[in-house]
Design a binder for this molecule. Structure first.
Ligand SMILES: Nc1ncnc2c1ncn2[C@@H]1O[C@H](COP(=O)(O)OP(=O)(O)OP(=O)(O)O)[C@@H](O)[C@H]1O
Length: 249
């Protein structure tokens, strides 16, 4: 078997439950800064799995289960408090609507910036620029020179998906963002994801759509309150997840 493209070992990350408001100087003087103990919780703990090149993996679980947090750790946006994530190869992440784009820059500049940060030389970006814009659609084309922060949610996803799936990175992470696009655009995204998989890329998909999970993932990871409770073929994972939902577990 080939070396894993992603290897996660005993991964854990701890968050503060609530960020306390900043104390005023008067409160600090009279009450001191120690205050109540800070409450923390493990958003993910004891998570271990290996992913082989070309696998299509779906993350399943209820709200707050840790799916987005896991993708962010694979993307290197968050660092573990315990254990490790080893990624062999570049990652193209579409894990938040903003896709890491800079609000003040125009869409055009964001395309160059993001593609450049992922190692595409300027000539290659120029060559792909028209395809990116054509995929993103006429509204994005019309707004190419307006600041990205003025884009609607749908336009942000269109641009983000078009850019991220045009990069040459071997690992692609897609977090629930497709739900924002309209039906015609979603269908284009599905075809693009199919061609990425046919091309041998590794895909991680977070979705609450069973249909999408079955269509694009052969393997499922089920995260429940920060624990990996199942790692199995997607159909089996969905059966267990639905069973848990029905049982209110
Ligand atoms: N930066 C952060 N600081 C504190 N808590 C956080 C932070 N990011 C996420 N959390 C918490 O970690 C837990 C896991 O969140 P995460 O977004 O990974 O869940 P999810 O499975 O993607 O949920 P959903 O299906 O609702 O998108 C939640 O309780 C969330 O509130």
């Amino acid at each position: 078997m080939a070396d894993p493209v992603i290897s996660v070992q005993d991964l854990g990350i701890e968050f503060f439950r609530s960020r306390r408001r900043r104390m005023q100087l008067r409160e600090l003087l009279f009450h001191g800064s120690s205050g109540a103990p800070k409450q923390t919780f493990w958003a993910l703990r004891n998570i271990s799995f290996d992913i082989q090149p070309g696998e299509a993996v779906g993350l399943v679980g209820g709200n707050g289960g840790g799916k987005s947090t896991l993708l962010k750790m694979i993307a290197g946006v968050l660092l573990p408090d315990e254990g490790s994530v080893t990624v062999n190869g570049g990652v193209a992440p579409l894990i938040e609507l903003t896709g890491g784009f800079v609000g003040e820059l125009s869409a055009r500049d964001n395309i160059y910036l993001t593609a450049g940060l992922h190692g595409l030389p300027k000539a290659a970006i120029e060559e792909r620029f028209d395809d990116i814009v054509a995929f993103a659609g006429p509204e994005v084309r019309a707004g190419l020179d307006t600041p990205y922060r003025h884009f609607s949610s749908g336009m942000k996803v269109r641009l983000g998906f078009a850019v991220v799936t045009t990069l040459d990175e071997p690992i692609v992470l897609v977090d629930e963002v497709l739900a924002v696009g309209d039906r015609a655009f979603r269908e284009k995204c599905y075809q693009r994801m199919e061609s990425l998989l046919a091309d041998g890329r590794t895909l991680f998909l977070v979705s609450h759509s069973e249909k999408d999970l079955r269509r694009f993932s052969t393997r499922g990871l089920y995260l429940k309150r920060g624990e990996l409770v199942m790692d199995a073929p997607m159909d089996d994972v969905l059966e267990r997840y639905n069973h848990d939902l029905d049982a209110g577990a």
